[in-house]
Design a binder for this molecule. Structure first.
Ligand code: LLP
Length: 463
């Protein structure tokens, strides 16, 4: 994240609070390929297009705010992950990033597996035809109903997160006359360089059982004693929006150490390890994400090396990317409603959505970029703050954004890289209606999750 003094110029206030910005880009109309999905472009009139369709047409047909998801890009990213890891590893898409029935079908077609973390995600996966054995169930407090449904359906694995859950899943499986394949989620004590709320490998937090102090080893001991469980491996997820592979390497090292301890104590080699998700994406051109093949090679190397050092056979590796697959595939389209210039402070550009469709800026201080999408402009760059329409001053979409100084009500703004954790964390705050997700491919656009209506809201309100 780069922070610097604002550039001089008539459109910038003399004194601005510290912000998340550098100098304005050389060409405000250019679409930086690092943050836009692959089929995004501008047409001859300067209108942003995705899958060959202009945003003016999309806004007319589907309204704003709306998420537009580039299906070809999504499928290409699935294939890139699958090919990078190859047939000896498994890629589980993390459904929490964004899940719908269409997504499940695409994953199935592209040969990916699916990580779900709630009964709702499991229901969506099964309804859309994901074979149960390709589903992993996660969560630090799965309900008895969720576990029962997962075991009944025959999910490929349940990732155990506490001592109570080890017993709970074993009992349910035994009652159903099944032996459930499970992994144990451990915390490896890595400090991931990311926001505190999305870092998950340090020990002082709710997920997993710490390797340090022996709780993880004790969990293995207990799981191995129970008939209802088939312990297939160890799971570690170190956090999210990570750019540096060193955290994964430390995690792999420590997980393999546990495999060696298990071999020494119990005489068995657990056949699998899961290294979770967490690979970062570019929200702004300053972000420099790793490619799946780099991650795959780094993980394979470290696991192979560590196993050789411990005399273990190399286990089957799985990973769970969510953001890195769906994040870059979508943008949110908004319409500008007001432009308010506060002399000496800044210019606020208000759009017709906000924290109800993207909570990440408010929650994690996340950076986004934005483009004027319905036209190009030759006006000079103006430093703005793009805000939503909610009754809350923290309702910020893009904290510091350069837009052409002639930005005006009726313009369409597009915020890229909103495919992950935006629709899935959307809310009805202020009784906002959650926007639709529209899949675009090859000149065709279709709604895959429709816009909520006031009727939907009132249907839940039973009076
Ligand atoms: N596997 C497990 C066990 C996870 O807990 C997560 C994310 C993932 C995989 C996928 O991580 P990804 O590749 O998408 O980073 N709401 C936050 C992110 C929370 C992620 C929670 N777990 C955000 O908007 O940044």
């Amino acid at each position: 994240m780069s922070r610097s003094a604002h550039p001089a110029g008539p459109r910038y206030a003399d004194v601005l609070p510290e912000g998340h910005y550098t100098a304005p880009p050389a060409d405000l109309n250019a679409l930086d390929a690092r943050v836009w999905s692959r089929t995004v472009d501008r047409d001859a009139e300067g209108v942003v297009t995705v899958g060959g369709i202009g945003v003016k047409q999309l806004a007319e047909e589907f309204g704003t705010p709306a998420y537009f998801l580039d299906e070809d890009d999504f499928r290409a990213r699935c294939r890139a992950w699958r090919d990078a890891f190859g047939p000896d590893a498994d890629v589980f898409y993390a459904g929490k990033a964004f899940l719908s029935r269409a997504i499940v079908r695409w994953l199935h077609e592209e040969g990916l597996n699916l990580d779900v973390c709630s009964g709702g995600e499991l229901a969506t996966a099964l309804d859309a035809g994901m074979p149960a054995e390709r589903i992993a169930l996660h969560g630090n407090n799965k309900s008895t109903e969720e576990i029962t449904r997962a075991v009944e359906a025959g999910v490929g694995r349940i990732v155990l997160d506490s001592f109570q859950e080890i017993v709970r899943v074993a009992h349910i499986a035994e009652r159903l006359g099944k032996r459930q394949r499970v992994q144990i989620r451990v915390t490896v004590g890595v400090e991931a360089h990311t926001h505190e709320f999305i870092a998950t490998a340090h020990e002082d937090q709710k997920f997993g059982l710490p390797l340090a102090g022996g709780q993880a080893a004790e969990a293995v001991r207990r799981a191995l004693k129970l008939d209802g469980l088939e312990l297939i491996g160890i799971h570690s997820h170190i956090g999210s929006q990570i750019f540096d592979t060193s955290g994964f390497e430390v995690a792999a090292h420590r997980v393999v150490q546990l495999l060696a301890e298990v071999r020494d104590e119990h005489g068995i080699e657990l056949p699998e390890i899961d290294l979770g998700g967490g690979l970062g994406i570019a929200y702004t051109p300053d972000d420099d994400p790793r490619e799946p093949r780099e991650i795959a090679a780094a993980l394979r190397d470290i696991v192979t090396r560590e196993c050789a050092a411990s005399g273990l056979a190399v286990p089957r590796i799985s990973v769970e990317p969510g953001r890195a697959i769906v994040g870059p595939t979508a943008f949110t389209l908004y319409e500008v409603g007001t432009v308010k210039e506060l002399p000496g402070l800044r210019t606020y550009v208000s759009v017709d959505g906000g924290m109800s469709d993207n909570i990440r800026t408010a929650l994690y201080d996340a950076d986004y970029s934005v483009a004027l999408a319905s036209r190009t402009s030759t006006a000079e760059p103006m430093l703005t703050r793009v805000v939503g329409k909610h009754c809350e001053s923290g309702d910020i979409v893009v904290r510091d954004a350069f837009l052409p100084a002639d930005v005006a009500p009726g313009d369409l703004l597009a915020v890229p890289a909103t495919g992950a954790y935006c629709r899935s964390m959307a809310s009805n705050y202020n009784h906002a209606l959650r926007p639709p997700v529209v899949a675009v491919t090859d000149g065709e656009a279709r709604v895959i999750v429709r816009r909520e209506t006031e009727e939907d809201l009132l249907r839940l309100d039973v009076g």
